[in-house]
Ligand binder design. Structure first.
Ligand code: COA
Length: 337
């Protein structure tokens, strides 16, 4: 119960936005690039296609577009935004933060902000961080964004990783909830640095700066021991999803929607089974977008709220993620609108 607290004023998700690159890359295209098949990819991961951003644009390009849609949907102007938090492992550059680039581009003249690095858990971590800023009473509009251009850090000659990822961004605007008992109610989050060995980028940071050698060795790409990551993800994402329910005395039947990180359909199904939640309540779009890292959860939220219009006032939503670090966590929301 380490994270348990009594919120003074909850944050709620006022609106959402997203950006999807136009270019669709199907599994079939990989068959000409590496030793793989559409059938292997679909059965082992659930992925059928992913979106790929045009080279040279960067995470801020997508984040800005997701943010603009989010603000438009809320009828809010950029000048009203207090804080911008961008979850990403593919910032435009190491510094300045992508949040600063977004701030300038959307014209959020009063906002401050920062990037949050938590791999695939970045959006959940950013959302709960922003929610706490609102709970503390200091800010009224926190823009939370997840944006990753995974295609820029993937080795398209490595069949173990290249088929798994895609590019996208999503955004949510957090505001103080007008009514008690709604909004972001609770969260549980963890890191285990021992997991870093299994999923990381070997070079490009201060310990091993970019050099001809690091480029030649392909050390600027995602390094992943897929089986190890899978083993941990399938256990921890299921555990944390069950934990958030138990500590709030809820069951899978009470939950209207489960919004899981989209890394592998088998991990999603294991978490849903552990929560004893009906498959019809689980948002899945991994088939269309693959693993977009910080983008998966806001893309799912957008699908539920905007595309499918299936979220109602009072609905319980659980978001769960697992990613590099290792990082993992769940957030419990009760929808208000
Ligand atoms: N096409 C064909 N075969 C492939 C392949 C591909 N794209 N990728 C891997 N394989 C092969 C492997 O080389 C291995 O061959 P081997 O047995 O001869 O060594 C075989 O398939 C089985 O590999 P394995 O790792 O056991 O498969 P898996 O069922 O675990 O699925 C992943 C592989 C990567 C899909 C799975 O481990 C996974 O999803 N991991 C988590 C990834 C993730 O979530 N990462 C992001 C952080 S959340």
């Amino acid at each position: 119960m380490a994270n348990r607290r009594t919120p003074r004023r909850n944050a709620y998700v006022r609106s959402v936005g997203r950006f999807l690159p136009e270019r669709r890359m199907t599994n079939r295209e990989f068959e000409d690039m590496v030793d793989t098949t559409d059938e292997w990819i679909v059965t082992r991961t659930g992925i059928r296609e992913r979106r790929i951003l045009e080279p040279g644009l960067g995470s801020s390009y997508m984040a800005v577009r997701a943010a603009r849609e989010c603000l438009e949907r809320a009828g809010a102007s950029p000048e009203e935004v207090d804080v911008i938090i961008v979850g990403t492992v593919t910032p435009d550059m190491l510094f300045p933060a992508t949040a600063c680039l977004v701030q300038k581009e959307i014209g959020a003249s009063r906002a401050w902000g920062f990037d949050l690095s938590a791999g695939c858990s970045a959006f959940v971590f950013a959302l709960t961080t922003g929610a706490q800023m609102i709970e503390a009473g200091r800010y009224d509009k926190v823009l939370v964004i997840g944006s990753d251009v995974m295609s820029t850090i993937i080795d398209y000659e490595d069949r173990n990783t290249c088929v798994l990822f895609g590019d996208a961004a999503g955004a949510a605007l957090l505001e103080p909830c007008p009514e008690e008992g709604y909004g972001v109610l609770d969260f549980v989050q963890y890191v285990d640095g021992a997991g870093g060995d299994f999923l990381h980028m070997k070079a490009g940071g201060s310990k091993r700066p970019a050099s001809c050698e690091t480029v030649k060795n392909k050390e600027h790409f995602v390094y992943q021991e897929g089986r190890q990551v899978f083993r941990h993800a399938v256990i921890e994402m299921a555990n944390v999803s069950a934990e958030i329910l138990e500590r709030n005395r809820l069951t899978g039947d009470d939950v209207a929607l489960f919004i899981p990180h989209q890394a592998n359909l088998r991990i999603i199904e294991a978490s849903a089974n552990r929560m004893k939640i009906d498959r019809s309540k689980v948002i899945v779009n991994i088939d269309r977008y693959a693993n977009t890292t910080a983008g998966t959860i806001p893309l799912c939220l957008y699908q539920a709220v905007v595309e499918e219009n299936r979220v109602r006032k009072g609905d319980y939503l659980v978001m769960s993620a697992f990613g590099a670090g290792f990082t993992w966590g769940s957030a419990l929301l009760r929808w208000w609108e």
